[in-house]
Design a protein around this ligand. Structure first.
Ligand SMILES: [Zn+2]
Ligand SMILES: [Zn+2]
Length: 440
């Protein structure tokens, strides 16, 4: 098993190595190692995710002390790190179908220390990072993209120039191993470890009046913000949020804050998710644990769509009255159902990642529906102001427009990682929404 650490590539400031060699070893949850043996028997009612968790190639290891890989880098000590839906899918080896979501393997490298939803305290600050106003002891949020600037690529690509870090051209190049964000490059270890290295542009200061528990929810909020700013709903429109995990709940909060005239219906699975989205201001909730036909009927009834029945398969609202769908699941089934309730030329914004599969899409062309992908976040425009999505989140919590703290349902120490993931695997019973590792 190779040791994970900050591998220094050619021309990357090897001369800068101020870290303390006498410091204790750094512990991290490494993915891409031999599975740790588990001796306790699997509970009789264990589900597929719990079974997969047994064999996941992950365990706590001592890793090289992450250090700033150049004078414009910092190291932060993790305070809280949220477990993202993408981390969960990888750890559970849950591809959601027979065909794995394999395309992204072109852009990542192993082994990895996952975790990109990081709140930390700066422990080391390179001289160029100091010149940008960062200092040791400062509390920061990680802005996780491994785009041109962190990779030492200058001039930056047109996407980075425009603030669209998620569309950077250079995820395979420069001074870091392939990876799109912290946690999926072998050189940029994440918050499932005690220390996290980052480029100065990846550290966003957290104001003193924002707690760690509030700050740690910035990442899912930013993802939801991006999907709403890319495809905003019309004034007084009707929107459906599909899924009520961290992304769906955040989407409700974003819509309530920025588009208060819009009526929101959420398709939600667990009782805890249904209660949370109501608390955050959803007007209507449709349970997802029912037949697709019942979901389509419920959404048509809520929005006023008139259902027309084909020879076979699900009915189609004609006319339909749902303006926008924010699909945080992104499965063939959610797209098939969403297409059936849309207003002509409505927008479906897909933030969820799932395995591909066949679905019946005739309403796509027939009603000229626009299906668009939405990938994480970058610089966003809100009320005419352009700044990083995470900075918008901090502004919105400070001025009282947004409070998504009920989303953080569980925290665990890193040693309890199996418990943390079991809590997520049993979401229907535990009520888990956002689970985080707490190092404080
Ligand atoms: Zn995330
Ligand atoms: Zn770029």
């Amino acid at each position: 098993m190779p040791v994970v650490g900050a591998t220094v590539g050619p021309g990357t400031g090897q001369d800068y190595a101020p870290h303390n060699l006498s410091s204790p070893p750094v512990r991290a949850l490494v993915f891409g190692t031999d599975p740790d043996p588990v001796t306790s028997p699997l509970p009789a009612d264990a589900n597929r995710l719990e079974q997969n968790l047994r064999g996941t190639p992950m365990g706590i290891r001592e890793i090289d002390d992450p250090e700033p890989i150049g004078p414009d880098w910092v190291v932060m000590r993790t305070r809280l790190c949220g477990i993202c839906g993408s981390d969960t899918k990888q750890v559970f080896m849950d591809t959601g179908g027979d065909w794995p979501d394999a395309g992204m393997t072109a852009f990542i490298s192993f082994p990895q220390v996952l975790g990109h939803e990081v709140v930390g305290t700066l422990t080391e600050v390179g001289p160029d990072a100091q010149a940008r106003g960062l200092e040791a002891g400062q509390r920061v949020l990680l802005q996780c993209w491994l785009s041109c600037a962190p990779r030492g690529i200058s001039p930056v690509c047109p996407a980075c120039e425009a603030g669209d870090y998620e569309l950077c051209w250079n995820f395979l190049d420069g001074r870091l191993a392939p990876g799109i964000h912290v946690g999926n490059s072998a050189d940029a270890t994440g918050g499932f470890g005690e220390l996290v290295p980052a480029h100065a542009s990846m550290a966003i200061a957290v104001p003193d009046d924002v707690s760690d528990e509030v700050a740690v929810l910035a990442d899912p909020f930013a993802v939801a913000l991006h999907s709403v700013t890319r495809t905003p709903p019309p004034t007084g429109g009707k929107v459906v949020v599909w899924g009520a995990g961290a992304l769906g709940a955040s989407a409700v909060a974003v819509l309530r804050a920025l588009h208060p005239s819009v009526e929101i219906c959420v398709v939600a699975r667990t009782a805890a998710q249904q209660a949370l989205v109501k608390q955050l201001g959803a007007h209507h909730v449709v349970p997802s644990d029912q037949e697709p036909l019942a979901i389509v009927e419920a959404l048509a009834a809520w929005s006023g769509g008139v259902l027309r029945k084909p020879w076979d398969g699900l009915p189609i609202a004609h006319p339909g009255f749902v303006d926008n769908v924010y699909d945080t699941i992104g499965a063939p089934s959610t797209l098939e159902q969403a297409l059936r309730v849309m207003k002509p030329r409505g927008w479906i914004s897909v933030t969820g990642v799932n395995a591909p599969g066949r679905f019946e899409w005739s309403p796509w062309y027939f009603n000229e529906i626009r299906i668009v992908g939405s990938n994480a976040f970058g610089i966003e425009e809100v009320d005419g102001v352009r700044k990083h999505a995470i900075e918008h989140y901090l502004d919105m919590v400070r001025d009282g427009r947004v409070d998504i703290t009920p989303m953080l349902t569980h925290t665990f120490r890193l040693d309890q990682w199996r418990e943390a993931f079991t809590t997520l695997a049993r979401q229907d019973r535990t009520g888990a929404i956002k689970v985080a590792f707490d190092y404080r």
